[in-house]
Design a protein around this ligand. Structure first.
Ligand code: ADP
Ligand code: MG
Length: 227
């Protein structure tokens, strides 16, 4: 693996028609090494989710350059980006984003549907991921039968089922009470200690304090004074 996982050079992103682009990210440069625990902080509207979306290859339209494992994202096709995303990146969102009509296990199996895994392997790997988040006994439960913390655990199991290099989490504790949120952070921290790069968008100074690197944004700019 290359020494640098992400390298952003003067990364910029605007929204809207070309005649009236609203800048959301302006000339942001940084590197993230493999295995890091990085917190992205800043006020609401400062560009945190925009940056995370770019790092998850969810948006190909941006200025400057961004590379992942030495691949310049500009040189990859949408199909190549989708494949890389599916294999190497796990997403965790504030709102869990589970399929409500699918069981915990079926939700966790989802990323494996795209990689041609047999149904038995899918089931085994989903159950293994559910075991890692302490929810193997809830495999057949539907999201509505699970607490918020349990739903977020299922989302984390879904994020790790492909053994990704990176977990990108956008305010993962934002919908949880503080005790449950702490449990989720501990779980994410454990995954980081086992080698997965962890990048968390957060409003919480407490969460940011646990990270070993910080990217602080203000009005779309990197706020170096905020470090
Ligand atoms: P944060 O996650 O820090 O709250 P965002 O990255 O969501 O910030 O947003 C940064 C800026 O870009 C804000 O001004 C927001 O209104 C704008 N923005 C975000 N997404 C869109 C979009 N899809 N279309 C237009 N403007 C957007
Ligand atoms: Mg956001």
């Amino acid at each position: 693996m290359s020494e640098v996982l992400y390298r952003a050079n003067r990364l910029s992103k605007g929204y809207g028609p070309s005649t009236a682009i609203i800048p959301a990210l302006i000339d942001v440069s940084f590197t993230i090494r493999p295995g890091a625990f990085t917190a992205i902080t800043g006020p609401s509207g400062s560009g945190k989710s925009t940056l995370l979306n770019l790092m998850g290859f969810l948006d190909k339209e941006f200025g400057g350059s961004l590379s992942f494992c030495g691949h310049d994202l500009d040189t990859l096709t949408s199909t190549e980006l989708a494949k890389l995303r599916n294999l190497e990146i796990g997403f965790v969102f504030q709102s869990f984003q589970l399929l409500s009509r699918s069981s915990a296990r079926e939700n966790v199996e989802l990323p494996l549907l795209y990689s041609g895994t047999s149904s038995k392997d899918r089931r085994d790997r989903a159950d293994e991921a559910l075991r890692k988040v302490g929810l193997d006994h809830r495999a057949t439960h539907m999201p509505s039968q699970l607490s918020g913390g349990e739903q977020q655990r299922v989302a984390i199991a879904r994020a790790i089922v492909n053994n990704p290099k990176v977990i990108l989490a956008d305010e993962p504790t934002g919908s949880l009470d503080s005790v449950t949120g702490d449990e989720i952070l501990r779980l994410l921290g454990d995954l980081n200690e086992q080698g997965t790069t962890l990048i968390i968008v957060t409003h919480s100074d407490d969460v940011a304090g646990r990270a070993n690197e910080r990217i602080v944004l203000k009005d779309g700019y990197l706020n170096k004074e905020g470090l």
